[in-house]
Design a protein around this ligand. Sequence first.
Ligand code: SF4
Length: 286
Amino acid sequence: MPSLFIEFQSQVEAVKQRHTAGEINQNERDNLIRQLKLNDPTWGDIWMLSPAGDWFRKAKSSPTWVRDFPLDLVELPDIPIDHMDIHQVAKTIHGCTHCPLCETRTRAVPGEGPIDADLMLIGEGPGFHEDKQARPFVGNAGQFLEELLAGAGYKRSDVFITNVVKCRPPNNRDPQAEELTACSDYLDRQIELIDPKVIVTLGRFSMARYFPGESISRIHGQPKRVNDRLIVPMFHPAAALHQPRFRPLITEDFQKLPQFIAQAASFAAQPDEPDDLSDAEQLSLF
Ligand code: SF4
């Protein structure tokens, strides 16, 4: 596989050289690059390189191109996770055998989105379609999530989306404590690298990272400041699809996101809240 990607890159380079040599104009260069596609024989994904040099991947069963990076091109040095970049973290996740979920997954789902995203969404774990496409939040819940983001003025490609466990629990059962623990270093490193202004937890298991023992019905939509970041617990989109009474609640919570991001952006210039404020008191500040 690495040689296929390298060969593909050289085809793109050949088009660029024709442009540099004056054989084709800029439009012809860009169109020719867009037409080049690489079919991945292992997973059936299709890859392309944009004229600007960004990699995009489309799963066979998906209509959507997503910004991604071919892991075959990523060197995986033998370094601790807290020294890895985002691609090295993703590659490590794809090869991870730290918990029993590796035995039943089709593909691990590291997450996707811009490395400098202001907003990070953390769900529970991949489901059936996610496990096939190696993408988080596809299928009905993903479509609803995109509607919720659009209602707040964001595109899916604006945000980084991931889960607390990166491999699908069999039959969509809840992730178990040892699986959450085994997977937590990956999420910690992703948060450290992306450094989002706002993290939205979607569902019980991501909420429990920041609000242990709390009830989502009681605290949904109420942000908590953690250092220079806001953590906002929300219902999982799948829950809102299954139980219509949650739908207006999650819609309303998502619509507050621009306000939360603006609040968090101002934190860098403000001192932290005093240490002796309880979580409950901090919640009431917003
Ligand atoms: S769920 Fe996380 S810890 Fe378990 S195998 Fe997948 S990547 Fe590794």
